[in-house]
Design a protein around this ligand. Structure first.
Ligand code: URA
Length: 237
């Protein structure tokens, strides 16, 4: 991989920032100062130093983000704040969200540059569970719960797959566990039973949990979560 790309992907800076570092003799590869931005680095073998400190290069980054209800899942948007505007001190150029939440939806988002993981979590065939906590305009009856569990007609070719429902503290609150990820699915499911979602938050996606991460904050996945990543990618989960 080109040296400037390597440095940028290792989070050292944007392409133009790392080019300046290279030109200012601040980068060494295997002990030798390299001033050629196109120098080819062997990721598995070469030792790259920035100001004589070893750079640890990780091909993939995995973050858990607690999305607030004021931003869109897009890399750029002319009219709205994006989720990436919450990422400080991170080079977000190659990152994307694993699926999308609506602008007004809060909760768990996985953010990565690993397209394979994204595919495995989103593929309709994999049936990865997503848990949402939601509040509705009106109370949710036992009959509605049974309909949501069995599958409802949201105007698509097929009714929704069987879902899990748990009651929340109040009679207009539930936890809904779905295996699909259709467009506006949760809101449309509640509409199908004559209700309206007024607050929506995702709390799990597969084995990943939001936990107590504060709203608007992000963190790198921990070791246990990285094991889940490996499990999804190898098809063991
Ligand atoms: N279902 C919705 O309706 N909205 C979301 O943001 C996620 C699931």
């Amino acid at each position: 991989m080109r040296l400037d790309k390597y440095l940028s992907q290792a989070g050292i800076g944007t392409r133009s920032e790392v080019k300046k570092l290279i030109k200012h003799n601040r980068i060494k590869v295997n002990g030798t100062v390299i001033t050629d931005c196109g120098y080819l680095v062997l990721e598995s073998a070469d030792t790259v130093l920035f100001d004589d400190k070893k750079i640890s290069y990780e091909k993939y980054s995995y973050y858990i983000f607690h999305k607030p209800g004021d931003c869109v899942c897009a890399n750029e948007d002319r009219d709205n704040k994006t989720v990436f505007e919450y990422f400080k001190d991170v080079n977000t150029r190659d990152l994307f969200t694993v699926g999308r939440l609506d602008k007004d939806t809060e909760g768990l988002l996985i953010i990565t540059n690993d397209g394979d993981l994204s595919h495995r979590l989103l593929s309709p065939k994999k049936h990865v569970d997503k848990t949402y906590f939601l509040k509705c305009q009106d109370d949710i009856s036992q009959e509605d719960i049974i309909s949501l569990e069995n599958g409802v007609d949201i105007g698509d070719d097929k009714v929704t797959l069987p879902a899990g429902v748990l009651r929340g503290d109040k009679s207009n609150e539930i936890y809904l566990i779905i295996k699909e990820g259709r467009y506006h699915q949760v809101k449309r499911m509640l509409k199908a039973v004559g209700n309206e979602v007024i607050y929506l938050k995702r709390i799990t996606m597969g084995k990943f949990e939001l936990g107590d991460l504060p709203l608007g904050e992000y963190r790198l996945m921990n070791e246990r979560e990285l094991e889940y990543v490996a499990g999804y990618k190898s098809g063991n989960i």
